[in-house]
Write a protein that binds this ligand. Structure first.
Ligand code: GAL
Length: 419
């Protein structure tokens, strides 16, 4: 009798366990984990809009929005790498096209090719091919660009400029004059927030384009420009001049804090990728009204590309759902939902232009006519080791002001990681 009772009990336990297991398996089938660092103003709103669109089309799949805060992936990239190397990939993740994707995850065999999907969905030819190519390796594509951001852009507070009789600068000389004028008036001329080192490195990359020109800058990555080119030193000299005019507490601030200084009228200019435009809009500003923009002086005619892409890691727990996510981001509706909020332009060429504000419309025009150049700091031009080393060099250069030392260490970094 006793035996019988325990047998019944164990059957019951097994049934209960089976129920729990099959239920959780079902629940898992209905998930897709999307990993990114989009938690800041503008970024978060853009991502949420994309998730909403996904939910409308796939109501049975729950998006697990896995974010790790920190601009430009300053924390997320390390977390992602640990997960990928440890065999615990998300279903899809934000990654910059170019070296960041290819060197880190494709060459190491961690990504599935997705060329077949692009063909099946008939979208391959819809993209700007130069941007799409940044996600390719040995004849296959490995990720889909959801956007194109610009790194060499500068935003300014219209009221601060007009109250101080400062015209938007057109070249580096007039930029320095404008900075000096604001400084005399007691306004922070240039807002910087480099508590994570990349925003200073980003200013430097825009100055490299200004002094080397687009071809010289692009030549650094195909070996036709040498790292000891005098124009590299010249960029450092400009950088040093400009750094006299940043807020004193720059190393304690994030990129959003710096953008906010402009928004609050504490500062005149902010050199920042155009995700700052997305952020300014969430702060209630309208492009062209409260703020204006210009390419970083000296870099007009070049569009430094920052492209966020998503792919399919090998061993993704829900590959079919990941493909649904990729289909959404590759669609015209996906791109036109995300980008007007994010402050980026679509990587597809058939956007509905009426959805884009005056800043983004002007960015689309520049993108169509400018020479494109990959961003260093945002992962596309050079390996990760170089980015970290260059950002370190530039940040200690702010403190030391030693041009020759910084020039030498730029060359050493280049020799170690790029050549
Ligand atoms: C970039 C990324 C942008 C934006 C920015 C600030 O690396 O491509 O989408 O998120 O960082 O976080």
């Amino acid at each position: 009798m006793l035996l019988k009772k325990s047998a019944v009990l164990s059957v019951l336990v097994m049934v209960a366990l089976l129920f729990v297991f099959s239920f959780s398996a079902l629940a898992q089938e209905g998930e897709v984990e999307i990993f990114s660092w989009w938690t800041g103003g503008g970024e978060e709103e853009g991502l949420n809009a994309l998730i909403e669109l996904f939910n409308e089309q796939y109501p049975d799949v729950e998006v697990i929005n896995a974010t790790v805060a920190g601009g430009a992936g300053s924390n997320a990239k390390a977390v992602l790498k640990t997960r990928m190397v440890g065999g615990n990939p998300p279903d899809s993740f934000q990654v910059h096209g170019g070296a960041e994707l290819v060197d880190t995850y494709v060459e190491t065999g961690m990504m599935e090719p997705i060329t077949g999907l692009l063909e099946e969905w008939g979208v391959k030819d819809k993209f700007n091919q130069q941007i799409l190519e940044m996600s390719s390796y040995e004849g296959e594509y490995y990720s889909i660009p959801v956007n194109v951001h610009r790194s060499n852009i500068m935003f300014y507070n219209n009221q601060v400029l007009s109250e101080n009789n400062v015209e938007p600068p057109t070249d580096l000389a007039s930029f320095k004059e404008a900075l000096a004028k604001l400084d005399e008036a007691g306004v922070v001329p240039l807002a910087l927030g480099d508590t994570n080192k990349w925003p200073a490195g980003q200013i430097f990359e825009t100055l490299l384009v200004a002094t080397l020109g687009p071809d010289g800058y692009n030549g650094l990555w195909d070996g036709s420009t040498a790292p000891d080119d005098p124009a590299v030193r010249e960029a450092l000299v400009h950088f040093k001049d400009i750094m006299q005019y940043v807020n004193e507490d720059h190393s304690a601030l994030t990129w959003q804090d710096a953008t906010q200084l402009v928004n609050e009228g504490e500062a005149g200019f902010n050199i920042m990728g155009d995700w700052a435009e997305g952020y300014l809009k969430t702060l209630g500003w309208t492009p062209g009204e409260e703020f204006g923009w210009t390419p970083v002086p000296g870099s007009e005619g070049t569009f430094i590309v920052v492209t966020d892409t998503f792919g399919l890691p090998k061993g993704a727990p829900h590959p079919e759902n990941a493909k649904k996510w990729l289909k959404i981001i590759s669609s015209k509706a996906g791109q036109d939902t995300f980008n007007p909020i994010k402050g980026s332009i679509p990587a597809r060429l058939d956007a509905d232009k009426s959805k884009y504000d005056p800043y983004l419309t002007s960015a689309m025009e520049d993108f169509a006519s400018d020479t494109l150049a990959p961003s260093i700091v945002h992962g596309s031009a050079a390996p990760e080791g170089f980015i970290t080393a260059m950002n370190d060099t530039i940040n200690s250069f702010i403190t030391t002001g030693d041009v020759d030392q910084a020039f030498k260490s730029f060359q050493q970094n280049y020799e170690e990681y790029v050549q």
